[in-house]
Design a protein around this ligand. Structure first.
Ligand code: URA
Length: 236
């Protein structure tokens, strides 16, 4: 692939705009020598205004989604892509969220431009646990853990019962819930089925990958070892 197309695909501009960056001498190699649009592609050696390029396709990002942001690209309000550099919205292949979190849910959200990886993460056979902490409007009754673990709980409007899920009570009004599937508004609907209401919801882990101390609104690209951790579901 030509260097100009590669840089345009990373969202730095249309091909025409990127041609101008070349003409202006803003695209160089690491040694500061000006590059030309048809030079061979050596991703790691390219600089734009002295800065290395964004990661090439095959990107996997972890974002600490704050509440108030939606995972859609079309919502007129705040969207998770607003938390990334604007050019990340223009990349080809496109970056998309791996599943969704509700507007009012915070926590670990993955984004990728790799369709195969996305499917592997959400595929039932990968069986990646998703771990949430729910803060509840009312005290837990005491029967929720058994109800959620039963494998027989049928949510309103659904034909198949939920897979068994694990509930760990943290306080009278908060609990950690581990799911092995991802149905629409699943956590909120599960607690509604148990006569409660989720006041706040946070996802802290997917598979072996924890959000850790990444502050809300921040993100970073995952390297190979972090990706391996994602699929290492027995990790602590
Ligand atoms: N379950 C929910 O109800 N909401 C989310 O955002 C994720 C899981």
């Amino acid at each position: 692939m030509k260097l100009v197309k590669h840089i345009a695909n990373l969202g730095y501009g249309s091909r025409r705009e990127v041609q101008w960056l070349f003409r202006e001498g803003r695209i160089t190699n690491a040694a500061g020598e000006v590059l030309y649009a048809d030079d061979p592609l050596d991703h790691d050696d390219v600089r734009i205004d002295g800065e290395p390029l964004d990661p090439p396709p095959g990107l996997l990002l972890v974002l600490h989604k704050p509440t108030g942001y939606t995972c859609s690209t079309k919502d007129p309000g705040r969207v998770v892509f607003d938390l990334l550099p604007p050019r990340y919205r223009l990349r080809s292949p496109a970056l998309s969220t791996v599943g969704r979190l509700d507007r009012d849910t915070s926590g670990l959200l993955l984004l990728t431009d790799d369709g195969q990886l996305l499917h592997r993460i959400i595929a039932p056979r990968s069986n990646l646990p998703k771990v949430y902490v729910a803060t509840l409007a009312d005290d837990l009754r005491g029967d929720e853990a058994a109800l959620f673990a039963s494998g027989t709980l049928l949510l309103d409007g659904e034909k198949t019962p939920l897979l068994p899920a694990q509930l760990d009570v943290l306080s009278p009004r908060s609990a950690r819930l581990t799911l092995h599937e991802g149905r629409y508004h699943q956590v909120r609907r599960m607690f509604a089925a148990a006569g409660n209401h989720v006041a706040a919801l946070h996802r802290e882990r997917i598979g072996g990958l924890a959000l850790g101390d990444l502050p809300a609104g921040h993100w970073h690209a995952l390297d190979e070892s972090a990706r391996a951790l994602l699929f290492a579901t027995n990790a602590a």
